[in-house]
Design a protein around this ligand. Structure first.
Ligand code: FE2
Length: 422
């Protein structure tokens, strides 16, 4: 009897204990549901989402876009020094799952390395941008990161990024977290960008991107129609495929890849990557960017945790190409930490290997695994951050800045392709 009584009371004790966590988890779920149900506070001003990007040559073109109600508004543009105004007409197309339109105007035939001003419709306020220089005769700096979202930390990182006066910013996947089904979340991301990604001289900072799982309804192995908001504004660069290369004058190529969200890693994308890297061997700066990391700082690296996004296929198909063609640095994200790997070849530390920088904490954060547990990691930090890349000759300085402005890491990479040696 005593034994039975003991067991009964123990079981009731366990049952009582189990009630606590389930209440908490219910409360947590309810809070999460309430947060999910709360409308995203978007501005109805169409120009609140105005942003700049590129569909081709960043030295002679600029694409101006905004999302809002349909209305015809010409764009006037002129070099900042002068009054030779020219007029351009935007095109419109649907911003999917809404009544709004994407307005797009690509300015072409611009002069490299030149400051411009533009106005929308009858507006009398000058908006500013600059074209990229044709030659890297001076220091050029730009910023990169991933995994932003729309909350206060994303805005904090926007603010520290803009202060660096970058020529452009690359967000390599998981921009808004619209998941292919929350257009207002994507709109809010653009509105935050318009508000905060303005440099100290008043120039709008162009946005370059690649696709991540949170751009796509279903995250992995989907079709283009599952990424309606993202592709409605970035289908200029990603016209037929969600991978592309952007060449800046004679000095920088950014190779933007899709880690199996829409395009499979092996097959066509891998063949394209090999050809694209082979054709750019004379570039002083050859940089690849993709969303899911080949060398993760948080998620398991052996592919046990998820069906998609494990990095395994990248290590198998892409890393050998990064190594063969001496890519200067690979930017990868998704894990929500700061990380820098050692230079790696075949997964082992090798001074002639490739450095992978990431790991996606523009506005999201997690505690990283330790380098002691993952020997490919050189350094990690649990910090919201983006990285400033300064290009000087064939040298690159990569300075990871935390949201507060604190330096998380500095590293330098040198040109190592045969064409640039000696
Ligand atoms: Fe992600």
């Amino acid at each position: 009897m005593h034994r039975r009584h003991f067991l009964a009371s123990s079981l009731s004790g366990l049952a009582a204990l189990s009630v606590g966590p389930s209440i908490f988890s219910q409360e947590k779920k309810a809070a999460k549901a309430a947060k999910a149900a709360a409308p995203v506070p978007v501005s109805s001003d169409p120009l609140a989402s105005l942003f700049l990007t590129w569909q081709q040559d960043p030295t002679t073109t600029m694409t101006i876009q905004w999302v809002g109600k349909e209305s015809v508004a010409d764009i006037r543009v002129a070099p900042q020094a002068g009054d030779q105004w020219q007029t351009a007409k935007p095109t419109t197309k649907p911003f999917p799952d809404t009544e709004l339109k994407v307005h797009r105007c690509e300015l072409t035939g611009l002069t490299p390395g030149t400051e411009y001003k533009f106005r929308i419709g009858n507006g009398d306020k000058d908006l500013l941008f600059r074209t990229m220089p044709a030659k890297a005769t001076d220091t050029i700096q730009w910023v990169s990161g991933g995994d932003s979202g729309i909350d206060a930390h994303a805005i904090g990182t926007n603010i520290i990024a803009a202060k660096q006066e970058p020529w452009f910013a690359l967000v390599a996947g998981d921009l808004a977290y619209d998941d292919g089904r929350k257009p207002e979340t994507f709109l809010k991301f653009l509105q935050n960008w318009r508000q905060h990604m303005v440099d100290p001289k008043g120039r709008l900072i162009p946005l370059v991107s690649c696709i991540g799982n949170h751009e796509v309804n279903g995250a992995y192995k989907q079709q283009r129609d599952k990424s309606p908001a993202y592709l409605s504004v970035f289908d200029g660069l990603f016209r037929e495929k969600t991978f592309s290369a952007l060449d800046f004058g004679d000095y920088l190529s950014l190779v933007l890849l899709d880690t199996d969200h829409i395009e499979p890693i092996d097959g066509e994308q891998t063949s394209w990557l090999a050809k694209t890297l082979a054709e750019r061997q004379d570039r002083p700066h050859l940089i690849c960017a993709n969303h899911v990391p080949a060398y993760p700082s948080y998620r398991p690296s052996d592919g046990t945790a998820e069906k998609g996004g494990t990095g395994e296929d990248q290590r198998k198909y892409w890393s050998p190409l990064f190594e063969k063609f001496n890519v200067d640095v690979v930017l990868e994200h998704h894990d929500h930490t700061f990380k820098r790997t050692h230079p790696l070849k075949g997964g082992h530390i090798d001074k002639n290997g490739v450095i992978y920088l990431g790991d996606g904490s523009w506005g999201k954060i997690r505690a990283p695994k330790r380098p002691e547990d993952r020997p490919y990691l050189a350094t990690v930090a649990e910090a919201y951050h983006m990285t400033v890349h300064r290009l000087e000759g064939d040298q690159r300085f990569h300075v990871a800045l935390e949201e507060s402005g604190k330096v998380a890491d500095v590293c330098m990479t040198n040109g190592k392709r045969p064409a640039k040696r000696g």
